[in-house]
Structure formats: C-alpha cells, structure tokens
Design a protein around this ligand. Structure first.
Ligand SMILES: C[S@@+](CC[C@H](N)C(=O)[O-])C[C@H]1O[C@@H](n2cnc3c(N)ncnc32)[C@H](O)[C@@H]1O
Ligand code: SF4
Ligand code: SF4
Length: 380
C-alpha cells in the first residue's frame, strides 16, 4: 500500500478532516508522552469494538468462554443505533470491529461498516469465513478497509480440527467468492493463522492455498497464545518439544529441496514461528517495569457496552464504565480510568493482566520523549 493510500486512510481526504485529525493526533500524542493520569480530552484515536460476543465456531485456542468475571452470557450485540453515538463521540481514526465473537453474526454489520465509511474511519475486521451469504452480499458491497480471514488450516482435516463446528468446503468457497467479487481499491484482504500443535505441518498446504489466491504477501502467521487452560489431547494447542523438533527437521528438508525462493522464505518463516510458540508460564517474560501507552490512545468496548483499557483485558477485571449507560466522554477520564493509568505507570507489576503482558513502549518513549522531557511522567 502506498504512502498516499495510508495517509488518506488515517487522515481522510478533505482539508477540514485532515486538519482536525492532525490536531487530535498531536494532542493525543502529547498526552501519551506526558503520561499523566488524565489522557487527552480529544479521546482515543483508535477503538476496538466487539460488535458481538456470539460465535458459531469453537476454536480450540480461543478464550471467549473463559472470561473470569462479570459477563459470561456471551449473547450480546452492538447494533447500529448503539454504535453510531459511540463512533460520533469518540470519532477515532481507526476501528477494529471484533472482540471475542464472530462479527459476521451481527445482523447490522454492513450498516456499522457503512457508518465508518461515511466518516472516513479506517476499519479492520477479522472474521471466520462462515456465513457466506453475509460475506458475499453485505460485506462485499460495503467492506471494511482491511478484512482479515482467520484460516488455521489449509486442508479440511486440520481446518476443522482447530475450528470446531466449521465447514471447510463452505468456508473456502466463501473465500474464493469474496476474492472474485471484492473491489481491490476498497478493501485489503489478509489471512491470519495461529500456529499451534495441530497445524505445525500445514506449511505446504497453506503455501499452495495462498499462492492460488494470490495472497502470499498478505499472510500473517502468529505463534498461538496460550491462555493456560487445561485441555484434553483433542484441544491441546502447545506442541511438545518432540513435535516441534520433528516439524523443524521436516521443514529444513523441504527447504533444501525447494527451488523457489519465495517458497523457501515462506517455509523459513514457518520454522521461525514454531520456535516462538511458548507454554503459558514461559510465554511472556515479565514486562512489569516497562511503559505501555495503549490506555492513552486506544480503548476497547465489549458487546455488553463495558469499556476496558485494551483487548487483552477482556476478562473484565478492569471495567471503566459502560457506553450503553453513559457517554464515552464521561468514561475516558473518569476516576477508574485515571486510577488505571496511574497504576499502569507506577505499579504495573500489581495489575492483573498487565503484569504478564508483552507490551513495551520503551523505545517509543526513548525516541520521542526528549520533546517532552520537562513535563513527562514516564521515567526515561
Ligand atoms: C478472537 S478472534 C475474533 C474474530 C473472529 N471470530 C475470527 O476468528 O477471526 C480474533 C483473532 O484472534 C485469533 N485467536 C484466537 N485465539 C487465539 C490464540 N489463542 N492465539 C492466537 N490467536 C488467536 C483468531 O484466530 C482470530 O484471528
Ligand atoms: S471464530 Fe473467532 S471468536 Fe469464534 S471461536 Fe474461533 S477464534 Fe474464537
Ligand atoms: S500492559 Fe498490556 S494488558 Fe495492560 S493496558 Fe497495556 S496492552 Fe493492555
């Protein structure tokens, strides 16, 4: 994507919007660097909103059923009439339309994306390829700027083993249909795969699928995140050391036989990512002393309206307020949010969820902090 494409996505196209966003961006950035308990009154530049917490799949690595507190009903939707005032109040540059649910199940998803398009808000929507009808009518007509399809296996067996309740053939047909009819200027398609025990050896199939769909450059391979649930063998997501070694050996053999440079690189990336899969306790070294700037520029809203500082805290230990009961501008700098930012800045090690999170914004603060060194509360 070109610089102009990215610029228009973030700042819009008309002079008034560009100026307003530039001003908001500067204010939010200043507040991030200052690190005070109160964030910019201009509110966040980014929003992640769980348009539904319902799902029709049961992926073995997903944590949607494991929320610790408050809401375990998982049957809420954000409808267009709820969404509109939220989008107008926050007026972010960027919205991610998902949380712990499947966005295609929201009956008003097309209308929600249209609200964002009308306001020049860039959208990214991960989804699971179910509901071909919604995808290839509503979504293809008014797509998000980025649509990320979750594909954890490129063969029927592996796909259906990881995404329980999924129909591989129907999902692939929906994907091909979408690729054939999407407007390339309107939407960028990405494929995301969480690498885990059950798809370690899926690299050849995945390469073939992506090549066929011309999506090799739009593939995101991530090591599975281990939430540490007890699971039987059929739901085990962390490979044994032996499984990893065997897979790596096989990939190395295939790399040595391969003549295509792009294919070699793909296999190499797969091999490297296997090395990044870690068991829960070893997954993330403590980043307790490190800064995280997310609660100064971004926010997360669950399908029941609860506001949380970020998408890693969806167990709802830290609920800042509820946008279905009060306006977001009353929540963004309320006492809960201010206390949370203070704790995060001064005592991250005692914040459940943040203490083991990988986020570390030290380099950003180091890079730009000198501009704010007399007023910043971040220790440099
Ligand atoms: C929680 S899902 C919600 C959106 C949609 N239902 C989907 O699956 O695309 C968002 C993304 O997180 C990924 N995901 C879920 N659990 C994960 C885990 N334990 N590790 C890594 N990625 C995971 C999903 O595959 C998906 O790409
Ligand atoms: S489709 Fe998405 S939300 Fe549903 S179980 Fe799978 S990863 Fe979780
Ligand atoms: S430290 Fe991690 S969990 Fe805590 S606010 Fe930052 S990104 Fe979220």
């Amino acid at each position: 994507m070109s610089f102009m494409y990215e610029f228009k996505n973030v700042f819009g196209t008309d002079v008034k919007t560009v100026w307003k966003r530039f001003y908001k961006g500067c204010m939010v950035f200043k507040a991030m660097m200052e690190g005070k308990d109160t964030a910019s009154v201009k509110m966040p530049v980014r929003l992640q909103i769980e348009v539904t917490d319902r799902c029709n799949f049961d992926c073995i690595m997903c944590n949607r059923g494991a929320r610790d507190t408050i809401n375990r009903t998982l049957n809420s939707d954000i409808n267009k009439d709820d969404f509109l005032p939220i989008a107008e109040t926050i007026n972010p540059f960027y919205i991610t339309l998902n949380g712990l649910g499947e966005p295609l199940l929201n009956k008003e998803i097309g209308a929600i994306i249209a609200v964002c398009r009308e306001r020049n808000i860039t959208t990214n929507m991960p989804c699971n390829l179910s509901l071909a009808k919604v995808l290839n009518t509503q979504i293809v007509q008014c797509p998000p700027n980025i649509i990320t399809f979750s594909v954890h296996g490129a063969s029927k067996e592996v796909f259906n083993t990881i995404s329980r309740n999924a129909q591989f053939d129907a999902c692939m047909a929906a994907l091909r249909d979408f690729m054939a009819h999407r407007n390339k200027k309107q939407t960028e398609v990405r494929i995301l795969c969480a690498l885990q025990a059950k798809n370690l050896l899926e690299y050849k199939n995945m390469y073939a699928l992506l090549k066929d769909l011309n999506l090799l450059d739009d593939f995101y391979l991530l090591p599975v995140y281990d939430y540490g649930f007890d699971a039987d063998e059929s739901r085990r997501i962390i490979p044994t050391d032996e499984e990893k070694e065997t897979a790596i050996e096989q990939i190395e053999k295939d790399i040595s036989l391969c003549t295509d440079e792009k294919e070699k690189l793909f296999y190499f990336r797969w091999k490297t990512t296997i090395g990044q899969i870690k068991q829960n306790s070893a997954a993330i070294e403590k980043k307790s002393g490190k800064p995280c700037l997310i609660p100064w520029y971004s926010t997360y809203i669950a399908a029941n309206g609860n506001v949380m500082p970020c998408c890693y805290l969806t167990d709802e230990y830290y609920v800042m307020g509820n946008v279905l009961q009060q306006s977001f501008d009353q929540i963004w700098n309320n006492s809960q949010y201010r206390n949370f930012r203070k704790m995060l800045r001064e005592n991250r090690k005692d914040l459940h969820g943040c203490n083991y999170c990988y986020m570390d914004d030290s380099s950003r603060i180091k890079k730009y902090g000198f501009l704010f060194r007399n007023i910043s509360m971040w220790k440099s």
